[in-house]
Every structure is written in C-alpha cells, then in structure tokens.
Design a protein. Structure first.
Length: 295
C-alpha cells in the first residue's frame, strides 16, 4: 500500500502517547482513564506517515487537530518470544468528531475479528478492546484465543479539494492489522472511504454516474490486473481477459481509484495484499465529476 506522505508540524498534529499498559497493578484502569491522565506531545518521526490536514478554508477538517494515541499490553513476568503482545494505535480529534470516531472504532473491531457481528455502539468496541488489553497486561497466562503478537495501526488521509471548491470533500481511513501466531504471519488492510461534508462512509455505487455500474467500472481494471498477474510470474497463456472481482476495499486519491485485494483473492499463492490503480483519465464516464480529485 502506498499513500501520499506529508510532514505536519507538531504544533498542528500532536502525537499523543495515550497509555502504556506494562507490568502489574492490583487495580488496572481502563485504557481511556489512563489516556486522560497521561498525555505528552512528541515530535513527528521522520518518514512516518501522518494524517494530512490541508490548511484550507474549504476543508471540513481544516480546524481539527488529530491526536495519535497508543495502547500497549505485554504479558507480565514473561521473557522471550513467547510473551504475548498487543499494540493498538488509533486516532482522536479536537474538537471531537463523534461520527468519525464511531467509524474508526467499528472498523478496528471488524478488522480484529471479521466474523463477529457489528457491534451497536463504538463504546462497546472500546470496552471489548480495553478488556482484551487488560487480559494480556495483567494475566499470567497467554490468552489462547489471541495471537502472540498483534498490532493495529490506524491512519486518516484527507484528499485535497479541487481549486474551484466544487469537488466533494473526501478522505480515507486505513486500518492495518499485523499478527503473528506460531509459524505464521498475517497482514490485513481495511480501507474506508469517507465523505467529510456529509459525514458518511461511501460505497463505490455512491460515486458512480447513473448510467454506469460496478461491473462496467471493473472492466477498466482488466489491463492493470493482467499486468499485476504477469509481474507475479503468471504465464501469458493463463492471463484471462476478465475484470477483477468486486471488492469492498477501495479508496480514491490524487492518483485515481485504488482497489485492494487481500492475500489470495487475486492469486492463490500470493500471500500479500494486492493493489490495482486506474487513473482518473481512464475513468471518464464512470465517476461523478465531484469525486474526481484535481487539486
């Protein structure tokens, strides 16, 4: 996955280490209680991907400060590679954006356990994650239902609004999961496209012109899919002239439309995430003009 990287001054985007659940305590507090007590600004790490806040009046988030928050749980009184570890990196906003916080926590909960039905409220997701962190940080035994190593990273990227101000204000949330079990590693990426003015999550259908369809749109990705398969070593005689399958993982940025496929979805023996990109110049007749990003 690639995305535009921007260095934001620490005065605009403070990085806040909310908590660190290390060692033992007879009365552990929740991750959010500790977060309120321990806040300190640290500088942006060189090369680290940070949220992009365009300082423009037309941006709905122009005056919003994004805080990065971290919770770490490590199994106590344990040594070596068999110690259980869980790291959660998430975002909060000042002033508060309840609709966006809700999307973030719901997305984190679904990423950690896709088979679990959607929880009704983001507070439920927070409580479940807090319980898991406490189980690991204060339990003498490994939580057998969880991997030995688990890390969740959350990023928000705000797309630039067209110079004429008539374009849609969009951005995308990315939730990355990296987990290790004995003898195996697993990575997962979930992308959530957002309309920042309407404060809703977008589907591909929301951005298509009335006379277009997802099936027609996917046909524009045939050359990109074939090139990707060829780069993975697939012989030319096996390269089918067919569109890639539908996916819920996608986003828009200045490069165009990105479709994301998890391990094995495009090619069974490829263990990593696949990303197919088609520029806006190839999408004429498919997308509503307000969603074409032309800074």
């Amino acid at each position: 996955m690639t995305a535009k990287r921007n260095t934001i001054p620490a005065t605009i985007v403070p990085l806040i280490l909310g908590i660190s659940l290390l060692g033992c305590s007879p009365n552990p507090k929740s991750m959010f209680e500790q977060q309120a007590e321990d806040k300190s600004e640290v500088p942006t790490v060189a090369g680290e991907r940070v949220s992009h806040l365009p300082n423009k009046p037309e941006s709905p988030l122009a005056a919003v400060v994004i805080h990065r928050q971290q919770a770490i749980a490590r199994q106590p009184n344990c040594e070596g590679a068999q110690c259980q570890y869980f790291e959660l990196n998430t975002l909060s906003f000042d002033p508060d954006l309840p609709w966006l916080s809700h999307v973030i926590w719901q997305s984190i909960a679904r990423t950690l356990d896709p088979s679990t039905p959607l929880v009704a409220e983001d507070e439920t997701a927070k409580q479940n994650l807090s319980m898991l962190l406490n189980q690991i940080a204060y339990g003498e035994q490994v939580v057998t239902t969880q991997p030995l190593y688990q890390r969740v990273d959350t990023d928000l990227v705000i797309n630039p609004v067209a110079q004429n101000g008539k374009g849609a204000a969009t951005g995308y949330l990315m939730v990355r999961l990296n987990k290790h079990r004995k003898g195996s590693q697993h990575q997962q990426l979930n992308c959530i496209m957002l309309d920042l003015k309407k404060q809703v999550q977008l589907t591909i259908d929301d951005m298509l012109l009335p006379n277009s369809s997802t099936d027609q749109l996917l046909e524009a990705f045939i050359p990109v899919k074939i090139k990707w398969l060829s780069n993975q070593g697939v012989e030319a005689k096996y390269l089918e002239d067919s569109p890639p399958p539908k996916t819920d993982q996608w986003y828009l940025d200045e490069k165009g439309l990105h479709l994301i496929y998890h391990s094995g979805e495009l090619l069974a023996f490829v263990p990593h995430t696949a990303e197919l990109i088609v520029p806006f110049s190839k999408l004429d007749g498919f997308l509503k003009p307000e969603f074409v990003i032309k800074p």
